[in-house]
Design a protein around this ligand. Structure first.
Ligand code: NCD
Length: 317
């Protein structure tokens, strides 16, 4: 699972959603948790995270644990693995993949790192280890997009005929790119991108949307855009990826959501955010009934568990 485009068929997504719903219900009760743990019992998952993470690393861990896998997790591989000594990603992955492991979940600051890991596995351990991209630099974060569309489906009951406003750092933010790719599988989607000009969505994505026949536009006036939205997907300015990090506050504050902006939303619209929020949404919005981002984060565990079952070809009874 390297990029959102791999979910070719919306039907696969719907199957994953249904399986995640079922897993979430089963996991609530002790007596149904025990059989769940047998589904991937004996499996081993490594988490190799070269960049900070809270939700992705823990929810993958919790998902694997729910299904009975053993998890070894490195939260700061960039500082504590042999990468510090100068080892290449290729060598690290070749060694880890040789250890009877079933899945390696990788997050890395370089775009394409997960693909490089998959290339190593395909060469030396073909079909033995699943590489899962948990974020590669400015590239993609496909499992975040999966939980994002799962959340939209749960909250709004559909994934077609939606106006989705995607705002914030669209050039450095990998979640926006993966989400836009995934939404392009559905019909009647209209994307509205809102960002400072220097953080606008890149041509790679816009060309893909054109090829897929998805309607998109770029806007700068929040007040005119918010009332049209079914989903508002807000993101932080990625300070660590800015050419000039001293511009962070200025760029962040150019587009801000507070109680005043929430009043502009349709009553049925939801506000999403992959988290972390670092000032681009006011704290008073957190408990607003239309703020969906904590439910969104909580959807990470069941949908990632559903994905693990799918990757290993295990069907739920
Ligand atoms: C995102 C990421 O790592 O790309 N975080 C996450 O996984 N929920 C978003 C971000 O860091 O801004």
């Amino acid at each position: 699972m390297l990029m959102a485009q791999q979910f070719r068929d919306p039907e696969i997504l719907l199957e994953l959603f249904r399986s995640a719903d079922k897993l979430a219900t089963l996991a609530e009760h002790h007596e149904t948790l025990t059989p769940l743990r047998r589904l991937l019992e004996g499996g081993i998952m490594y988490e190799v995270f070269y960049e900070p993470s809270t939700r992705t690393r823990f929810s993958f861990w919790a998902a694997a644990d729910m299904l009975g896998m053993h998890v070894c997790s490195s939260e700061s591989a960039g500082h504590f693995s042999s990468a510090v000594k100068g080892e290449t990603l290729e060598h690290t992955i070749r060694v880890l993949a040789g250890q009877r492991v079933n899945a390696i979940v990788i997050r890395h600051p370089e775009t394409g790192a997960a693909q490089r890991a998959a290339t190593v596995v395909d060469k030396y351990y073909p079909n033995k280890v699943a590489i899962i991209n948990a974020g590669d630099g400015r590239g993609q974060h496909p499992t975040q997009a999966l939980l994002d569309v799962y959340t939209i489906w749960k909250k709004l009951g559909r994934l077609d005929n939606l106006v989705v406003v995607i705002g914030g750092d669209l050039v450095n933010g990998r979640t926006c790119r993966s989400l836009a790719y995934l939404l392009s599988k559905f019909s009647g989607i209209r994307l509205v991108f809102v960002s400072p000009p220097e953080l606008a969505a890149g041509n790679d994505l816009l060309e893909h949307l054109n090829e897929s026949g998805i309607s998109w536009k770029m806007e700068t006036d929040l007040a005119s855009v918010l009332p049209t939205a079914d989903v508002v997907y807000w993101t932080r300015v990625q300070r660590e990826r800015l050419a000039d990090p001293s511009r962070f506050v200025e760029l962040r504050d150019a587009f801000h959501i507070g109680s005043k902006e929430m009043l502009l939303l349709k009553p049925s619209a939801i506000l999403m955010h992959p988290l972390p929020i670092v000032g681009e949404i006011s704290p008073e919005v957190d408990d607003h009934p239309q703020a969906a981002y904590f439910d969104q984060a909580n959807n990470g565990q069941p949908i990632r568990a559903a994905l693990l079952l799918h990757v290993f070809g295990i069907a739920m009874q």
